[in-house]
Design a protein around this ligand. Sequence first.
Ligand code: 6PG
Length: 259
Amino acid sequence: MPRNWSRSTATAGATPASPPEAVRVYRAKDLDELSRMAAGHLVTAVQRTKGPFSVVLSGGSTPRRLHELLAAEPYRSLMPWDRLNVFFGDERCVPPEHKDSNFAMAKSTLLARAPIPAEQVFRMRGEDVPPEAALAYEADLKAFFRGRPPAFDWVFLGLGDDGHTASLFPGSPALEEKSRPVVSNRVEKLNADRLTLTYPVLNAAKVVCFLVSGEAKAPVLKRILEEGGASGFPAAGVRPATGDLRWYVDQPAARLLKP
Ligand code: 6PG
């Protein structure tokens, strides 16, 4: 476990659905320590759970180190891979071997290195027509959760410096989705469509972990942690109704936060 990390309970500001005590900020020295912390907490959570465990991976670059750690010792031997079911928080509308694919990143850093049964990896089909791919993923979720509303055991999310998370970008239509768990989303700033989980399913999760690293994230992280939903950033809309909300942040990202 990481050497020197502090856990401070930060209230998430105005109108958090999560009770303030359920919002925790874990501070790490750097990305490596942040990733070790998150890896250890995830493995412990899976070990303590009976039966299938569902984890949602996020895209971007921050999770790479976490994935590499999980696929290597000591975490590789500690993780109950036979009970782990891997899902994705969002996906670019590209084929699975494309350099921009979140699945491709997860495959190269984790899925191809760890003994996860292939049938326990649920990929968003970025190569398909986006609305059809979203419907297909919704069907996957319906099947996995046996018709009950999807409630993931553990969701990893990243944070963009514009306050987006998954592919919930500022001003994008998916922010308004109130029922479907996954949609295709038009992201004008990228001039691209994305597949993304939505607030209803993110806020139904048991544990949501943001991994935030690097000084570029410091201003938006400060606004979100100190203003909560009032900040207006998409990531601030992730407030699990009954689950834990956790922020794993390294020192550069936390540099503007109150001590
Ligand atoms: C994506 C991600 C996205 C990401 C943030 C942070 O598909 O790009 O899901 O939400 O988590 O943009 O990305 P970095 O980790 O690269 O800073």
